[in-house]
Design a protein around this ligand. Structure first.
Ligand code: GTP
Ligand code: MG
Length: 313
């Protein structure tokens, strides 16, 4: 605890490993730690960065992270890896290295490993954010590939969501309009440099005019090159401005209190499922029902009901 609160990155890593552990003894310890650090949490700016593979998320985070640390702020990066339990592969893989940022003493980078338990997303990311806050990190950047579950997951734990979009990837513009728009706070057309500059600017204009015909929640549309220092400075200034606005009008505190109740229910579900499978009587029953199921003696709903009945709910 002292190590975490003193900002010791090794201790922080150990605590995160504990929180990710499946061992029940580790879970008990993890819960004690979380409870103790709780008063020291909640004081960071939490920013989610999402977008298709290769959109430029890690490059942006590295450039932005280095810039923020130059402003004397500590930055933590959490990369949620949407690895599925089937492929066991890693989309983020080596690309989460962010070489210069990982050598920066004011920064901490944590790739969140795949989690086979319940659907492949990392359900302890909220707790990882809390630990980073307790360790004194003021800005938390969370990278996730904007596909399905991991994107929805990150949305539920950040103050500000950025969507990165690479111009020239065709009908994705439609997707932005329909889906993510009500959730994104900042849409950034990436790689606005060199040959791609023109494409990026016209995508930006196209998007801005598309947004005018959609109920608009004050989302910012911007273009950006990670290789241009002025762009990075402007971007960070714009992000902070927008966040301040949302903080002053109460939007962020409202979001956080809603997230708290979501988290509460998530923990209930997690604990019930854990207790359920840890119960030896139930797991014995599951084994025998599974055999009947495989042999075709019972159908799936019957099999489930057979087990659930024993819970006496
Ligand atoms: N020209 C140009 N290239 C960029 C820019 N940002 C990123 N790239 C390049 O785009 C490629 C992908 O960038 P990443 O930052 O790894 O993209 P990502 O979204 O993190 O990718 P995944 O983690 O695989 O989803 C790399 O080769 C980068 O060098 C930019 O602003 N301009
Ligand atoms: Mg990446």
């Amino acid at each position: 605890l002292n190590g975490i609160l003193a900002g010791d990155r090794l201790m922080l890593s150990k605590a995160i490993t504990l929180i990710e552990s499946k061992l029940s003894s580790d879970k008990i310890l993890a819960e004690i730690i979380l409870k103790q650090i709780s008063p020291k949490t909640g004081n960071s700016i939490r920013i989610g960065i999402t977008g298709a593979p290769g959109a430029g998320k890690s490059t942006l985070i590295e450039a932005l992270g280095n810039y923020i640390t130059q402003q004397n702020k500590k930055v933590a990066v959490i990369a949620i890896d949407p690895t599925s339990s089937i492929t066991k592969g890693s989309i983020l893989g080596d690309k989460t290295r962010m070489d210069s940022l990982s050598n920066n003493q004011m920064a901490y980078i944590r790739p969140s490993p795949s989690n086979e338990y319940l659907g492949g997303t990392n359900e302890v990311s909220r707790e990882i954010i809390m630990l980073c806050e307790a360790a004194g990190f003021e800005i938390i950047l969370i990278e996730t590939v904007g596909v399905g579950q991991s994107e929805a997951l990150v949305r539920g734990m950040v103050d500000f969501l950025m969507l990165l979009y690479l111009a020239g990837s065709g009908d994705e513009l439609q997707g932005i309009k329909k889906g993510i728009l009500e959730h994104a706070n900042y849409i950034l057309i990436t790689k606005a440099d060199g040959e791609n500059l023109e494409n990026a600017l016209s995508a930006k204009n196209e998007l801005i005019s598309a947004l005018q015909i959609t109920p608009n929640n004050g989302v910012v549309v911007d273009s950006f090159s990670a290789f241009n220092q002025q762009d990075i400075e402007n971007l960070w200034k714009n992000i902070l401005e927008k966040i301040n606005e949302k903080s002053e009008n109460g939007e962020i505190s409202k979001k956080r209190s809603n997230q708290k109740t979501t988290w509460f229910h998530e923990i209930i579900e997690r604990k019930i499922v854990e207790a359920f499978y840890a119960n030896s009587e139930i797991s014995k029953n599951i084994d025998s029902v599974e055999i009947e199921l495989k042999a075709g003696k019972i159908d799936t709903f019957e099999a489930v009901n057979e087990i659930i009945r024993k819970l006496n709910f």
